[in-house]
Design a protein around this ligand. Structure first.
Ligand code: NAD
Length: 291
């Protein structure tokens, strides 16, 4: 069993750290937020007073932080007492450029690194059913596998360093665009006098079929488990979808890739968040259309 330093005990990090503890690992952890530290203490996670104390002597360090800036602030400090040869896994969703700096800086110090962003949200983190998209060497991936399996159900080695973040932002760009498209189609169908349930049934077995329609429909009454049926509470917040669409936009510009619909979806989500709906699940985007 490993000694793990876990940094970032927010909505995702806390349940992920709990899964690792349940799997028998020793967790030392840190978060800037006093409430998160108190919750960690109650859960027997072993809170420490600083990042330095958390990583000192840990065989594996895991970060689950808001953005690339936070990850580099925490991990790139020259004086950080990481154990020689430790494995550092960043599970946050961050920009491609910061991810490259993360790998480069720590590898220069002789550490093994992985970018391992997740999909599956807070409920997936609590249930240990996350999907991990991992970038890094085969040997680092092999070292991490047992730990990732304690937190997730589908573990993919996407490729070399940075491939996990690339997979994550491409997937979420696709999900964001699809949700806007499904919302537009449902809205138009209603305006044309179609019964939404009947249209949903037809499109679900026709060429418009996609996950946003069949598993996560934005209109209440179509998919029982979808956030649309509980006032768009829980699920994946619109503000997080906006963050990921912005990361995809940045990556598209940097790699000179056309991403017209990705940019359009980002604008729609930006308006949605500016209208005060950032905390609602991203399927609430249908509200932008007045549905
Ligand atoms: P969160 O804001 O709930 O948690 C982030 C935590 O990091 C906070 O508790 C904050 O206090 C802590 N933190 C910030 N700076 C710190 C520092 N310097 N030292 C120690 N702690 C620090 O965010 P979250 O929802 O847990 O998301 C974490 C990451 O996972 C993000 O990159 C997000 O995009 C990604 N993600 C989130 C979801 C989701 O459904 N919430 C799903 C997939 C991926």
């Amino acid at each position: 069993m490993a000694v793990i330093g876990f940094i970032g005990l927010g909505n995702m990090g806390f349940p992920m750290a709990c899964r690792l503890k349940e799997a028998g690992h020793e967790i030392r952890c840190f978060d800037l937020n006093a409430g998160s530290m108190a919750r960690a203490l109650d859960a027997g996670l072993g809170p420490r007073a600083s990042v330095e104390e958390t990583v000192s002597g840990a065989e594996v360090v895991i970060t689950m932080l808001p953005s690339g800036r936070h990850v580099l602030d925490v991990l790139a400090a020259d004086t950080l007492p990481l154990a020689p040869g430790a494995l550092v896994i960043d599970c946050s969703t961050i920009d491609v450029a910061s991810c490259a700096i993360f790998h480069e800086t720590l590898q220069k110090k002789g550490l093994a690194t992985l970018d391992a962003p997740v999909s599956g949200g807070v409920s997936g983190a609590a249930a240990g059913t996350l999907t991990f998209m991992v970038g890094g060497t085969e040997s680092a991936f092999a070292r991490a596998l047992e730990l990732l399996r304690a937190m997730g159900k589908n573990i993919f080695h996407a490729g070399a360093a940075g491939a996990g973040q690339a997979a994550k932002i491409c997937n979420n760009m696709l999900a964001g665009i699809s949700m806007v498209a499904v919302s537009e189609a449902l809205h138009l169908a209603k305006r044309l006098g179609l019964d939404p349930k009947r249209f949903h049934e037809i499109a679900s077995t026709s060429s418009g079929q996609c996950w946003a329609l069949t598993s996560y429909a934005p209109e209440p009454g179509l998919v029982a488990s979808a956030p649309a049926n509980r006032g768009y509470e829980g699920g994946f917040a619109s503000e997080l979808m906006l963050k990921d669409l912005r990361l995809a936009e940045q990556a598209a510009v940097a790699s000179q890739s056309p991403a017209l619909l990705g940019a359009a979806a980002a604008s729609v989500y930006a308006m949605h968040c500016a209208a005060g709906r950032g905390r609602l699940d991203f399927s609430s985007i249908i509200k932008m259309l007045g549905a």
